[in-house]
Design a protein around this ligand. Structure first.
Ligand SMILES: [Zn+2]
Length: 281
């Protein structure tokens, strides 16, 4: 007798709306993977066996990117409706590296929601008065996720507010693609908590050309170094919008100055999966 394989539920394109909450999107990738009809992912259950393996991964000195990829290598049961666990280790890492960054970050947040529930506790510093607001509770299920349609535009041009000139080269616009996960390969742990470092890394991986054309840029780091504050913020917002996926911003009211403030969500392991991230019952 053969076991029946459970049919996966497929979210059809017309049901995919621009902005959704995690609770509605559930285990479906926000940016469609090309040539795949099924955009679902599922995780194995996280038991003591997985806990011990993940603790071991954490102690081996890997980068944040490698660590997340290794956790998915262990925990992802299916990806795009296909069995993920019967793939070879190097194949798993290769697939994940080519994945769009917003999809990996979304799966990471979903894994946290799946195994520990929607409530997450964090200490967040108020940017207005400097007060450290301790043990604030945020909910992951209401997190906004920008969902892309199947015909997602993968490449776009950003027009610079201030033209960059160097070595007789004039840069007026930057061509960007959806950021790939492999950009995080070199990311040290502190990057997940540092918005500036994250921006630099994402710029490096997303810019694929200048002045409305594609091609290697010999001195990309010089271009990035010469971006003005206005273009750093402009390009960052442009890439975020282009990438889609989860909104990595927390919204809170300060307990001291009562101002509403927004903070970058720290998705590193300890802050996300550690004991301190769980509300006291
Ligand atoms: Zn404050």
């Amino acid at each position: 007798m053969t076991q029946k394989i459970k049919t996966q539920k497929i979210v059809k394109d017309e049901k995919r709306k621009g902005k959704m909450q995690l609770i509605d999107l559930k285990n479906v990738l926000p940016v469609p993977v090309e040539d795949k009809e099924n955009q679902e992912f599922t995780f194995k259950s996280w038991t003591m066996k997985e806990e011990k393996k993940i603790a071991k991964m954490k102690s081996s000195r890997t980068t944040m990117g490698e660590f997340v990829s290794n956790v998915f290598g262990l925990m992802l049961d299916t990806l795009c409706g296909e069995n993920f666990q019967d793939k070879k280790e190097e194949e798993k890492i290769h697939i994940l590296n080519q994945f769009d960054l917003p999809n990996i970050i979304y799966m990471w947040i979903y894994l946290r929601y799946d195994v520990l529930g929607p409530e997450i506790v964090m200490d967040v510093g108020c940017p207005n008065c400097g007060k450290l607001n301790e043990k604030r509770i945020f909910t992951l299920d209401t997190m906004d996720v920008t969902v892309k349609k199947d015909d997602v535009k993968r490449v776009s041009d950003y027009k610079l507010h201030k033209i960059i000139k160097f070595n007789e080269e004039i840069v007026e616009s930057l061509r960007i693609r959806i950021t790939r996960w492999d950009s995080m390969e070199s990311a040290k742990n502190e990057v997940a908590a540092n918005e500036g470092l994250m921006k630099e890394l994402i710029f490096n991986s997303s810019i694929i050309g200048i002045n409305d054309s594609e091609g290697a840029i010999p001195e990309l780091n010089k271009v990035i170094e010469n971006l003005t504050k206005r273009d750093i913020e402009g390009l960052s917002a442009f890439i975020s919008k282009h990438n889609g996926g989860p909104t990595l911003t927390l919204e809170d009211d300060c307990t001291s100055c009562s101002n509403k403030y927004f903070k970058f969500l720290n998705w590193s392991y300890e802050d996300f999966f550690g004991q301190s991230s769980l509300p006291e019952k």
